[in-house]
Structures are given as structure tokens and as C-alpha cells.
Design a protein around this ligand. Sequence first.
Ligand code: ATP
Length: 243
Amino acid sequence: MTPLSVTIEGARLTYGGVLLFSGLTLDLPAGRTTCLLGPSGVGKTTLLRILAGLAEPESPTMVRTGDGAPLAGRIAYMAQQDLLLPWMTVLENVLLGDRLRRSRPDAARVDRARVLLSDVGLSGREHERPAALSGGQRQRVALARTLMEDKPLVLMDEPFSALDALTRLRLQETAAGMLAGRTVLMVTHDPLEALRIGDRLHVMTGRPAAMGPALEPAGSVPRRVDDPGLLALQAELLRRLAE
Ligand SMILES: Nc1ncnc2c1ncn2[C@@H]1O[C@H](COP(=O)(O)OP(=O)(O)OP(=O)(O)O)[C@@H](O)[C@H]1O
């Protein structure tokens, strides 16, 4: 898959007479992971939803792709809520994309789904319904489903927020490996998480919101939690968040 660069330019959106942002620009470099941080309610999810085609922005918002072709059909989106279908099993939920495309998953696809479920720590739970899982486990199924979709642009809204600390660290590593080479935009509230797995970090603040300059930590992802450079940058990120 050829990595795809995506840019949203001059983004503008008003909700109920309140201007959320105007003239907002964000570059997503091809094959890199961009993390978006910012206070609750600043508009991060809304920006993701615009890119996913789920929210209608106002003029003059432009979404450009590196190859000039439309984004539609080239996005995997993991929303804040797990959005699992309760009547399907865990395995069927991971394979939902195939069903929506009306293609019957072959043995290789089913195997891949099983491997992903094992990677997210859910081996042996394939035939259970989502209701039998905890919130964090359901989120892991949603992560596996997102990674199952072979799309050049992956949008993730707080994918690890409902996980315990150790599972979170492990899954950050799994996801960083699986997402390598894709263009990813991930919303997170966790500066350390952004620093571990982001190639570029932006902080969005204010109303109307402004996009802060990119912070580009050194080294390849996933970075070690005890990396001294990372701890220094964490302080810088917290400072930007507090502004
Ligand atoms: N469909 C909608 N209709 C009206 N207002 C909305 C809608 N969606 C979001 N908003 C408002 O827009 C603002 C930004 O919401 P958004 O979910 O994008 O923030 P966020 O930065 O992702 O927050 P959080 O970190 O809490 O998820 C909020 O004030 C929210 O109430």
C-alpha cells in the first residue's frame, strides 16, 4: 500500500452559533502517526469526524490527499465508543468490514482476525458476544476491527482510554507495529502515549481552536517509557496543554 499524505486546510465549523474553529490546518504526513491532544471540548473529535466524512464542515474547508483522489473508502475509523454490534460474536465484529462489503471472509481473513484478537489479548473469547466483555475488552475488539481494515488512513479517537495501564502500554506497542507505514491521526488525552507512539504531536487549544506547531520527538516508535528525552518533552507538552 502506498502511504498517503492528507491535509485539512482552512477548516471551519460552527455548532449552534458557536464557532468551534476557523482557518484550522493540519498536515498528516504519509505513513506517519500524528497525535492530537487538547482539552475536552476543543474540537478534536469533530476534526476527526470531518476527515471521516461524518461531520459537514463549512466553506472554505478543504481536504487534500497526496494522490489527488478522494478519501472516501480509504479510511478506517475507530470512534470513542466501541460501536460493536451486540448480536454478533467478537470474531464477527472484527470481520464486520467484510460483511459490509458483502464479501465472505476466506480462511486467511478469519486467521488474521484471530491473530489480531490474540494480539489484543482476547484469544479464546472469539465466540462471545460483546455484552460478555468489559468496557476495556470491547475497546480492544474495536481496535482489532480497525486494524483488520487495510486502509491507508486510520483515524483513532482515544483508542486506549478504557484500558488499564499495563494493557495500554502493551497495546500501544502492538498498534505501533501494526500501523507502521499507514497514515494515522490519533486523538489522545495522554501526553506520554502521544510521545510513545506519535511521529508528530499537535496540541489544539482555545475557542475558536488553534492548532499548535508540530512537536517531533526523536527516535522510532514505540519509544521506551523510560526514555529521558521523552520525559523532557512530556513537560513541554503539559505546558502547551495548560496554555
Ligand atoms: N453534533 C453536535 N452538535 C452540536 N454540538 C456539538 C456536536 N458535536 C460536538 N459538539 C460540540 O462541539 C464541541 C467540540 O466537541 P468535540 O467532541 O469535537 O471535542 P473534543 O475535543 O473531542 O472533546 P473530548 O476530548 O471531550 O472528546 C463541544 O463543545 C461539543 O459539545
